[in-house]
Design a protein around this ligand. Structure first.
Ligand code: ATP
Length: 269
């Protein structure tokens, strides 16, 4: 199980000191890295097949990161070979009126994984302790107590059999500029450009600080955060795939054993 990039419970997190570009998990070049990613994708698919067949464990993956950090393309490429029927991917955008009528964990809990399933959250309940602070959507008294709710919510999920992995895709401000420039200049990704991203970018340090708090407050033994260097796209995917492969590996799902002799059924064919 890789400890690389895992945030120890109780740590004080300073994102400026954590790498956005690294080679600790793989020091080859891009071409070799993509080949490795491909192999990891196949391993993840095989482990997911067993997880589904065994119908015992639940897995929850939380993906967060600043705008343009590559959450959706990471999901696409890491699960390239995985059967979609065993996955439950969901994006959490701004809460709807309906959702705001309820407590902030209501919409989250509705999407936690079934047995045998891997749920992937593109954004999550962590928006409720980060963006809400930067945009001043809820008073301090309200967001502050949420850290404790979240720790206990995740503890409950873990106690009930859910393995939780939380990944923060860590990009530099320069890399974000590069990605936004590409969105403006490249017609095939222009649809992704949202001028609001520039407003969020202007508040980069505010976002950095609220994320440092959120990660430090909620990285626990059963629901650890990993801060993944994400400036190089292929390395980011490779690192996420390694962490997930190891997580699924530690669960060691196995195909159910069938003791019955099935050969008599052959006669019915
Ligand atoms: P991507 O997630 O790929 O960057 P996007 O930013 O366009 O794409 P959307 O679904 O349009 O994704 O919206 C996500 C927006 O919703 C983000 O700005 C996010 O901060 C905001 N959001 C998510 N959850 C909450 C929340 N609980 N409260 C307030 N804003 C939230």
């Amino acid at each position: 199980m890789t400890d690389e990039y895992r945030i120890e419970p109780g740590s004080k997190v300073d994102l400026r000191k954590l790498p956005t570009r690294d080679d600790a998990l793989f020091d080859g070049d891009k071409e070799e890295g993509l080949a490795r990613l491909d192999a990891l994708g196949r391993e993840i698919a095989e482990r997911q097949r067993r997880l589904f067949a065994e119908d015992r464990h639940r897995v929850l993956i939380v993906l967060q990161g600043m705008d343009t950090s590559g959450k959706s393309s990471t999901i696409r490429d890491v699960f390239r070979y995985t059967n979609a029927l065993g996955l439950h991917a969901v994006s959490f955008g701004k809460p709807s009126e309906e959702e705001l009528e309820r407590d902030y964990l209501w919409r989250i809990h509705a999407h936690t994984p079934r047995r045998g399933e891997i749920a992937i959250f593109d954004r999550s309940h962590y928006e409720d302790v980060t963006v809400v602070r930067v945009l001043d959507l809820v008073p301090k008294k309200v967001w502050k107590r949420r850290f404790d709710h979240i720790r206990r919510f995740e503890e409950m999920l873990a106690d009930e059999g859910t393995t939780i992995v939380k990944l923060f895709l860590h990009i530099s401000k320069d890399e974000q500029a590069e990605q936004l420039r590409e969105r403006i200049e490249d017609p095939s990704v222009r649809w992704k450009f949202n001028p609001n991203d520039l407003t969020a970018r202007a508040a980069w340090d505010d976002y950095r600080e609220v994320w440092e708090d959120a990660i430090g407050e909620t990285s626990t033994k059963d629901a650890p955060w990993y801060v993944v260097p994400a400036d190089r796209r292929w390395y980011r995917k490779l690192a996420v795939a390694t962490i997930l492969r190891d997580t699924l590996g530690a669960l060691d799902p196995t195909y159910p054993k069938v003791d019955e002799d099935l050969t008599p059924y052959l006669e019915q064919l």
